[in-house]
Design a binder for this molecule. Structure first.
Ligand SMILES: [Cu+2]
Length: 492
């Protein structure tokens, strides 16, 4: 009796496991009908003050979005029901943003990738109460780049981003303006904000599946809030500004026919020269600018391919490594406007030099918290001296994938497991994928201004991990100045 019961239970468990294993692999390849025109987020229209300050207005609000015909989905957005307008400013310009919280819970808006004073950063210490307006201002002091903005309330970031609060912040400069690159927004220079979603009836789901330890994973993708998107293409060369705005999912982008493309930029700006490749892997928060050549009349699909660096087979299967997605179809016109060839060189590097580092720090990425210390709003973890360069060593031996984002700076990846970094890690970076078994050395330069009381964050940008403690705080101080006390936060 007992023996047969044990056998029955074992068989049932085995069947359940086999079902879970098979069910965990997600693919939309070959299944997406591409029947919706890709939405392009509108360019925000700032007012310009006498001294040239560009003033933008953002309002976080609730709304309903019709992702599918006839089905209204409750969503959040900036100045609209889902995502937000594209902000744009030039190097050297002063910007000010009036951010109003029209939600019924507190949130923040963080300028991801921006070099700016800590008080303007929009991290968890700059909470905006419901109905309140926060007005950060700064001077753009960094190269042309594809940056973005999103909420950063401690413990609530995943929820606020997945509901739709995200937008692009593009920076321009004179050097990049002179280059013969595709640069007409929404024409040959396309924003590509990629998010994975799952629908639970009319709603966007946000729950984690059994054994999903990276966070929420969707069963389909959207670009700029458009499901099954296609885009008509009128030019030979198309620049795609890829942003992984997903909360937990990492993608390996390429094309359905495996054609090569040129990587021209990473998180914080253009590379010294284009790099030809056929895949680019982006973990949550990372960006890549790529240029792809089109042939008249053809259709090609931007696809995310399976990835092999998520950890063991269990991690691969249950946390998205085996998944694949048809992301965006490009439909070329019968005749294409000719584009100038890509230049052989792009911009001179402004990255910090590891040789000038005055000290090193060590960050062990663990689910229990970075260096085993879960995030604490009142605790400053690291104190950095203004005007210095440091080398940070980031290590993941945690079995699952993580990534690492540092506020305020664009850093140089010096080495990956003792070797020189591959091309996608040679440009300016503020977020890097750090899969299990990886040790990365980064060179960072902190130019200030000093503010001993207001910390910047460093954290895993898989938002479930961030929300549950994989975050720490650093302040930038004048030489010899002690760290102060974080103030002004309203908790969560
Ligand atoms: Cu993580």
């Amino acid at each position: 009796m007992l023996g047969s019961l044990v056998v029955t239970v074992a068989l049932a468990l085995g069947a359940l496991l086999a079902w879970l294993w098979t069910d965990a692999k997600v693919s939309t390849v070959g299944r997406a009908p591409f029947d919706r025109a890709l939405a392009i987020p509108p360019l925000a229209e700032p007012t310009v003050e006498k001294d040239g300050t560009r003033v933008f207005t953002l309002r976080m609000q609730r709304g309903r979005t019709e992702f599918r015909d006839g089905v209204g989905t409750p969503t959040w957005g900036f100045n609209g029901s889902y995502l937000g307008p594209t902000l744009r400013a030039k190097r050297g310009e002063k910007v000010r943003v009036r951010v109003t919280n029209g939600l019924d819970e507190a949130s923040t808006v963080h300028w991801h990738g921006m070099h700016l004073p800590a008080r303007m950063d929009g991290g968890p210490h700059q909470m905006i109460a419901p109905g309140a307006t926060w007005i950060p201002h700064w001077t753009v002091d960094q190269p042309a780049a594809t940056l973005w903005y999103h909420p950063h309330p401690h413990g609530r970031t995943e929820d606020h981003v997945r509901r739709g609060l995200a937008g692009l912040f593009l920076l321009d400069d004179e050097t990049s303006a002179r280059l013969p690159l595709p640069k007409r927004y929404g024409v040959d220079d396309l924003p590509v904000i990629v998010q994975d979603v799952r629908f639970d009836g009319p709603r966007l789901a946000g729950d984690r599946g059994l054994m999903q330890n990276v966070g929420f994973l969707g069963d389909r993708t959207m670009v700029n809030g458009t499901l099954r998107p296609y885009r008509r293409i009128h030019d030979e060369l198309i620049r795609l500004r890829l942003l992984n705005a997903s909360t937990s999912r990492t993608y390996a982008f390429g094309f359905s026919d495996d054609r090569a493309f040129s990587l021209i930029g990473t998180d914080g700006g253009l590379l010294e020269r284009p790099a030809v490749m056929d895949r680019v892997q982006l973990s949550p928060g990372e960006r890549a600018e790529i240029v792809v050549r089109m042939t008249a009349g053809e259709r090609v699909v931007l696809r995310s391919f399976p990835q092999k660096n998520y950890g063991d087979r269990w991690q691969q299967r249950f946390n998205g490594g085996d998944d694949s997605f048809d992301v965006l179809q490009l439909r070329a016109d019968g005749r294409l406007r000719p584009s100038p060839d890509l230049p052989a060189t792009l911009v001179p590097s402004e990255l910090p030099d590891a040789e000038q580092a005055v000290r090193g720090r060590y960050f062990d990425l663990k689910r229990s918290g970075i260096n085993d210390r879960p995030m604490k709003m009142e605790r400053i973890d690291e104190v950095v001296t203004r005007g210095t360069t440091e080398v940070w060593t980031v290590r993941n031996t945690n079995g699952m994938p993580h990534n690492f984002h540092v506020h305020d700076v664009q850093f140089r990846v010096v080495e990956v497991n003792g070797k020189a970094p591959p091309p996608p890690l040679r440009g300016p970076k503020d977020t890097v994928f750090v899969p299990h078994g990886t040790t990365m050395k980064l060179a960072l330069r902190f130019t200030g201004p000093a503010d001993p009381d207001t910390p910047y964050m460093y954290h895993c940008h898989m938002l479930y991990h961030e929300d549950t403690g994989m975050m720490g705080q650093f302040v930038v101080v004048e030489k010899g100045q002690p760290a102060g006390t974080p103030r002004g936060h309203t908790g969560h």
